[in-house]
Design a protein around this ligand. Structure first.
Ligand SMILES: C[S@@+](CC[C@H](N)C(=O)[O-])C[C@H]1O[C@@H](n2cnc3c(N)ncnc32)[C@H](O)[C@@H]1O
Length: 225
């Protein structure tokens, strides 16, 4: 985003603060690793009533569709995961600190594995990270760089053998903080993965224009309500 785009709609202090934040921003992976290293969390969407609603939706989906394995791209600090009820789980994240938190938090849980993820160095031709369900929760609108977004989507769709679940915004909302970039990702999927069908959209628990919803993709021939 150009600096002039920021300056136009914002008065005074907020405008200056946003400009400063944008100037300091050093990339999405760097942002998250710094945040966790400094004691920050995955954010409000992974805690309290929002975290609970996300977990209720996903746990019900896993149960109803007999999902045996889940791979998550962007597992975060593990708080959301602590509410999950998945038979078998792989969590990937760009932040070494986040993987460290999950490693400690789930040290005694043999159903969960964690790996540090670098989208530019991730080549899974044998489908080792493939699962019945691949998920991306509160991640898509944090992918600032186009190449990072495209790698995330490619790896997510390659890993989702039966389903892909994305919990994200799906609109172009501008003038956000530097670590937020809203996208109309469903049109990107339509263009780049025409064989994958959007089989379910369920409204998320939040309100307002920045609300994230649940988007479920199935295989090409699946039809569900
Ligand atoms: C808002 S948190 C959500 C964490 C978790 N999915 C949840 O719902 O609690 C976003 C997470 O995405 C991770 N992330 C950012 N860019 C990523 C990428 N390209 N691939 C995988 N994870 C990424 C961040 O490190 C952070 O842990």
């Amino acid at each position: 985003m150009a600096i002039k785009d920021l300056i136009r709609p914002f008065p005074g202090v907020r405008r200056l603060s946003l400009v400063r934040q944008h100037l300091r921003f050093a990339g999405s992976a760097n942002f998250w690793d710094r945040r966790y290293t400094q004691g920050g969390t995955s954010g409000g969407g992974s805690y309290g009533s929002l975290g609970k609603s996300k977990a209720e939706f996903l746990n019900a989906f896993v149960r109803e569709h007999n999902v045996r394995s889940v791979t998550e791209f962007g597992c975060g600090d593990g708080n959301q995961l602590s509410l999950a009820d998945y038979p078998r789980y792989i969590g990937l994240d760009v932040s070494r600190a986040a993987i460290g938190l999950c490693k400690r938090r789930f040290a005694d849980d043999k159903t969960k594995s964690f790996f540090l993820y670098d989208g530019a160095c991730f080549v899974d031709r044998a489908g080792l990270f493939g699962a019945d369900l691949a998920i991306s929760l509160d991640v898509v609108y944090h992918l600032i760089e186009d190449s990072v977004f495209e790698a995330h989507m490619a790896h997510l769709f390659a890993a989702g053998n039966r389903y892909v679940a994305i919990y994200a915004t799906n609109a172009l909302i501008r003038d956000t903080a530097p670590h937020v970039r809203h996208r109309h990702f469903t049109s990107w999927v339509e263009k780049n993965y025409p064989q994958r069908r959007l089989v379910q959209v369920t409204a998320g628990p939040n309100s307002g224009s920045g609300r994230a919803d649940f988007f479920i993709y199935g295989a090409a021939c699946q039809h569900e309500s």
